[in-house]
Design a binder for this molecule. Structure first.
Ligand SMILES: NC(=O)c1ccc[n+]([C@@H]2O[C@H](COP(=O)([O-])OP(=O)(O)OC[C@H]3O[C@@H](n4cnc5c(N)ncnc54)[C@H](O)[C@@H]3O)[C@@H](O)[C@H]2O)c1
Length: 305
């Protein structure tokens, strides 16, 4: 299949590109390299350095003729979305509409749209399934929700097929360690560099951490399955930040003390996904457990000192 991956030079997108190529698909990438890196891509993959908001996106579609567009490009920081909501909306809402509009104009069959746990807001029950009320608490979460609504509307108006994935906390090799990085990437980098690590609050807050290789496999499956579905992707297992910190300390050989700082304002206390639907509709289950995933991550980060 011919697939165009937006944001394919980024952390998750690049794993999706690798997995789709390994499954025998023809993959091309559009990424403006604002956050992604050319080196994340396997040699020979065609990269269009283009902003998804730009009119030039039409020329990319005309050249690639994708059957499926896998839309990962986004402004990914919740904090930045609060500080600069207009910028967030132009990329995560208007950019998404441009990706959809061009898809219709170039007879794309399907879009795989990437949404987030952030759309649920404070969980009203656990595990959080796809029927949970959607009450985002940040411009980022709101933009992802609006993106989902546009995807469904384009299906109604033009028959553009879709799968919507809501990712939990994704981790693994190539994750950014700067800025508002994922906690695993941040702790791993700092522990390997023997720097102080701070756990926010009492560290008993829990998250659902899913390995990026498993996420990539779900994207491969969605090329030919789960049309019209909204699907959570996580592990269904809650892991506390304390547990994570201790696992990483062992794996990295870190000798620093366990230090706790202030609770982060507005942080959700606990979030774990129900992943039953992913199994039913995609035949997908996570295959990498936390121990193994953390080992892979530490090994990769050790090589990129
Ligand atoms: N990392 C997570 O835990 C997580 C959780 C839920 C959802 N997501 C979603 O997954 C997707 C990928 O996130 P990631 O963590 O790999 O982040 P990332 O920043 O590594 O990837 C995003 C990519 O999009 C590119 N991009 C940004 N603006 C662009 C533009 N205007 N035009 C073209 N390309 C542009 C960046 O250069 C980058 O390569 C995003 O949609 C994000 O919202 C991520």
């Amino acid at each position: 299949m011919r697939v165009l991956v937006t944001g394919g030079a980024g952390f998750i997108g690049s794993h999706v590109v690798h997995a789709m190529l390994a499954a025998g698909h023809e993959v091309m990438v559009v990424d403006d390299l604002s956050h992604g890196r050319r080196e994340n891509l396997p040699p020979g993959v065609r990269l269009f350095v283009t902003d998804i908001r730009s009119p030039e996106l039409a020329a990319v579609y005309a050249e690639v003729h994708p059957e499926v567009v896998c839309h990962h490009a986004a402004q990914v920081s919740v904090a930045r979305s609060v500080a600069a909501p207009v910028e967030d909306a132009t990329l995560n809402v208007v950019g998404t509409v441009n990706v959809l509009d061009q898809a219709v104009k170039h007879a794309v069959r399907k879009i795989i749209y990437i949404s987030s746990a952030a759309i649920y807001g404070n969980p009203q029950y656990q595990p959080c399934d796809e029927s949970h009320p959607v009450v985002p608490l940040s411009p980022y979460g709101l933009a992802k929700r609006i993106g989902e609504d546009y995807v469904k509307l384009f299906n109604t108006l033009y028959g553009l097929q879709y799968t919507i994935f809501r990712y939990a906390n994704v981790y693994g090799p190539r994750q950014d360690t700067e800025g508002e990085a994922g906690v695993i990437a941040l702790f791993t980098r700092r522990m390997l560099d023997s720097k102080v690590t701070i756990i926010h609050g009492d560290g008993r807050q829990t998250r659902d951490f899913v390995y990026v290789g498993d996420i990539a496999q779900a994207n491969v499956l969605a090329l030919s399955r789960a049309d019209g579905a909204v699907i959570n992707l996580g592990t269904g297992t809650a892991v506390s930040i304390n547990q994570l910190w201790r696992n990483l300390r062992t794996l990295t050989g870190y000798t620093g003390q366990e230090k706790h700082g202030d609770e982060r304002k507005g942080d959700i206390r606990d979030m774990v996904f129900s992943i039953q639907r992913a199994d039913e509709l995609l035949g997908w289950q996570p295959s990498v457990n936390l121990e193994h995933g953390l080992r892979q991550t530490v090994a990769a980060f050790t090589q990129t000192a």
